[in-house]
Design a protein around this ligand. Structure first.
Ligand code: DGJ
Length: 512
């Protein structure tokens, strides 16, 4: 029987293993409602995904559909997703839309929605529901133990079912809930929450933080947010643990990032934003990693916060960008890169999203922008990387790989990378939607692979010695073996440039 997928190693070099082998998710996440209707999936979604050459699709499982009546479980949607993914030859990462989705509790089953006494909500200081864009925002309180128990029960049924029907290991990971946190207030002010807030920080957390006392004593003015982080983490731990007891797939929690105006509650307070992760880690040890949904402009800064010695980089949602992908692969042992709303890329009849909706979602209008040409280049980038995964992994182990990326704060569109044996001088071109950047692998001090888009570059020696090109080739790796195309000599010897298309070149130099 195939082994259950697992994560091995810690921090930056942690790797997901599927069928016993390292697996890098070249993925895409579906729009929220796509997986609620299998016929829609086969007619609209799968055909638009094929040109992207994904190996992983990230798709939701909805609690409201899984347990339409209390204690009655319906696995039809999950089963059809599995069948379709197998037909398409891709793996699945399932999103458990349980108690919390983008802060709200909109995916709880109707029998829960109608029982507001038992399944009660987070309230503001005045006892009223928080508002989100002037509408009452219903977030089941993490202090409502009955709700957390119900979620843990439903999730464990889902995981038990997967164990039974998925010996093929089509599902490789599960995201527990989605973008947790309180929108519209910094914390829950229900009676139960107030009582917990009045008590000292629990010993286990205080010990891990190296301070004890009240939430403000330990966390200063961030007390309310860290309090929510702790209680959400405890709830997620109960849910994830119950699921893992049935079937121990790797699990992660994703995050709506901190954003302007930087006040907890204008983004979901208590979610795993990077400064809450230490608290989450203590509260939810069953969650292997924390993953940023990157719609903010500062891509580079964000991946730096999440690709750390404690946490491997895993990006379940982001914009469609080729350069961001290549940078992530070069700068990190990136476990997953997955643009959101991926099925739009090659769908000419996609629904247009208006500006007001984007405001409610709190993401820039360009976040949903999809251009077929960018999709095609991302597919090519996926193919290039897929052939050279072993080369890239080895290079990460030996610290001989770098990523480079143009970001808006580069005043000069030039950058110097000091490599072990040489300097690489990069010039970024107009990034357009595909972005401008790439990665460089140092095969030896004098041999390089450069995979990039919208950039030009050249190498110089670190000590001023002049260099002679021995060979420059275009090509690609097929199962780890370099298959060269043209040898780029003559005029092409001087033109180190990738424009709108992704390119991969091999260089070998000697001292003059
Ligand atoms: C982040 C959420 O996690 C997704 O489910 C989706 O709602 C996107 N935002 C885009 O709106």
């Amino acid at each position: 029987m195939k082994p259950i997928p697992y994560i091995q190693g810690i921090g930056k070099l942690a790797t997901l293993y599927v069928d016993g082998k390292p697996f890098y998710c070249r993925g895409g996440e579906l729009h929220n409602s796509a997986a609620s209707f299998p016929e829609f999936m086969s007619a609209k979604v799968w055909p638009s995904l094929r040109p992207l050459h994904l190996n992983t699709v990230i798709a939701p499982v909805y609690w409201e559909c899984l347990e339409p009546e209390k204690g009655v479980f319906d696995y039809a949607l999950v089963d059809s997703l599995l069948v379709q993914a197998r037909e398409e030859g891709v793996r699945l990462i399932l999103l458990w839309f349980g108690l919390w989705k983008n802060s709200a509790s909109s995916y709880i089953p109707q029998w829960m929605k109608l029982d507001r006494e038992r399944f009660w909500f987070v309230v503001k200081r005045d006892g009223k529901l928080p508002l989100h864009h002037d509408r009452p925002h219903r977030i089941v309180s993490p202090f409502c133990q009955e709700a957390v128990d119900a979620d843990a029960n439903a999730f464990s049924h889902l995981m038990a079912h997967l164990k039974e029907v998925d010996e093929e290991r089509t599902v490789i990971m599960v995201q527990v809930e989605n973008e947790i946190g309180v929108l519209g207030a910094d914390r829950d002010y229900s009676e139960a929450a107030d009582a917990a807030y009045a008590a000292p920080v629990p010993e286990i957390l205080a010990e891990a933080m190296g301070r004890s006392g009240s939430w403000e004593d330990v966390f200063g003015e961030d007390g309310p947010q860290q309090f929510m982080a702790w209680h959400y983490a405890l709830a997620v731990e109960q849910i994830a643990k119950a699921g893992k007891a049935e079937y121990p797939l790797p699990m992660y929690a994703n995050c709506w990032l901190e954003q302007e105006p930087w006040i907890p509650g204008t983004y979901p307070s208590g979610g795993p934003i990077s400064r809450n992760v230490p608290v989450w880690r203590v509260g939810a040890p069953s969650v292997e990693l924390f993953a940023p949904d990157i719609y903010v402009d500062d891509y580079k800064g964000t991946v730096a916060l999440y690709g750390t010695d404690q946490n491997p980089l895993f990006i379940p949602e982001t914009r469609l960008s080729v350069a961001n992908y290549l940078y992530s692969v070069g700068a990190y042992n990136c476990m997953c890169f997955s643009p959101f709303g991926i099925e739009d890329t090659f769908d000419s009849e996609k629904e247009q999203v208006d500006f007001a909706t984007m405001e409610i979602l709190h993401i820039g209008p360009e976040a949903f922008a999809k251009q077929e040409s960018v999709g095609r280049e991302l597919a090519r980038a996926f193919d290039y990387v897929s052939g050279m995964e072993d080369v890239i992994r080895r290079a990460h182990e030996e610290n001989r790989i770098r990523g480079f990326l143009w970001t808006a704060d580069h005043t000069e569109k030039r950058e110097l990378l000091e490599l072990s044996g040489m300097n690489m001088h990069i010039r970024y071109h107009d990034p357009k939607l595909a972005g401008s950047g790439g990665l460089v692998v140092e095969l030896s001090d004098y041999e390089f692979l450069v995979l990039g888009i919208n950039c030009s570059f050249h190498f110089t020696s670190r000590d001023g010695t002049r260099l002679e090109t021995l060979t420059k080739e275009e090509g690609q790796f097929v199962e780890g073996v370099w298959k060269r195309g043209r040898i780029l000599n003559g005029d092409e010897r001087y033109i180190n440039m990738f424009t709108d298309k992704v390119g991969l070149n091999y260089f070998k130099y000697t001292e003059e």
